[in-house]
Design a protein around this ligand. Sequence first.
Ligand code: ADP
Ligand code: ASP
Ligand code: MG
Length: 424
Amino acid sequence: MSSRKSPVVVMKFGGTSVGDVTRVKHVADIVMAHRRERPDVAVVVVLSAMAGETNKLVALAKSCVDEPSGREMDVLLASGEQVTVALLAMRLSALGFPAKSLLGAQAKISTSGQHTNAMIEEVETDSIEAVLAEGGVPVIAGFQGVTEGGDITTLGRGGSDITAVAVAAALRAEACLIYTDVRGVYSADPRICRGARLLDRVAHEEMLEMASLGAKVLHTRSVFFAMRYGVPLAVLSTFGGSFVPGVNGTWIVNEDELMEKPVVTGVTHRLDEARLMIQSMPSDISTMARLFSLLGERDILVDMISQETVSPGLVNVSLTVADDQSSVALDIARSSVPELGAGGVSVERNIAKVSVVGLGMRRHTDVAGRTFRALEKHGIDLQMVNTSEIKISVLVARKHCEAAVRALNDEFAPEVSECFDALA
Ligand code: ADP
Ligand code: ASP
Ligand code: MG
């Protein structure tokens, strides 16, 4: 942890924000404006790779070998961020604001050894502090770290958000500002839902659920870090024209800072799950337990589960898994059909999971009823349902995903804005 007394702000810019050199220059202007407006506040920058670059690197590896090793994959993936940090640091320095790029290892971001999905364990701030002490702007490569043994790691897709919040926590920053290509967190993905509303404030618990249920504007683990270490976290636009942080953006706050809690704050969607169906399986609990043990032993994470009786003593079991685990899950289920005494197995990939999330659900009844009626009105059938205290998820045909998001946003979002009016 840092012993520095002067305040610092961490500014993170995502892939679209640094998508080409013109945009890197624009980011330099934003950093410069912040330094000019608030000369007493130091700035630390965290960057992503240029939009599309990490995808290109993944494709490059796959065109080279079928199953790249995690270690070499990380060496490759980390190169995207190396480009942007160098460009921004040289631009800032040329503008008269001395800056120094730091790769994950140079910024001493220590992680676990789980390649391509490593966890940040510690950020030693001395090299970042050294740049600050010279009056410079540290420009840190997001998404990457280093193991105890010196191997490069990456944090999982979208992981620059995690770097930013972890660095902000370690520096005890006054705020972590996530600059992106939309104005903040909306009640639904504004790219597929025109009626989505920009949210002023979202509670950590809601944002955690929204992120893990598909709102990729913030990485789930970045929200977790912000909540755990009390880092003030905001999402705002790189392209909004305003350089004043907090204006037109969304703050992620503690639940007790929200006076009113809308029933549903956000509607999210995910397209990366698959549904596995095991037909005509004996309905006793030990067969069910065996099926899930077999999947668990191979590290298959099961999300939704449902069963329906097809005839006395026999059920069809449906479960959802991440798409990238679905082939392995299918193999496991297929090879255990004789042992389980099931009739057969199939997989369905043309599905989408649409969820409504809101703290207000704890106190309101009929949220499920409203959700189902709104979908029914648009002729959208439900394949599965899953609930927790603050969310309801439904599985729908993929072709209905966008219509479902819009229907649910129309149903619940008007109440969100009423809450904010009430707060104003
Ligand atoms: P960056 O490259 O800046 O990290 P991302 O693409 O990871 O940006 O995240 C921003 C995108 O998240 C937006 O362009 C938007 O399409 C998507 N998104 C999904 N759900 C939401 C939401 N509820 N609010 C805002 N953006 C959302
Ligand atoms: N460049 C990485 C990715 O595309 C990390 C990030 O953008 O946050 O996933
Ligand atoms: Mg992102």
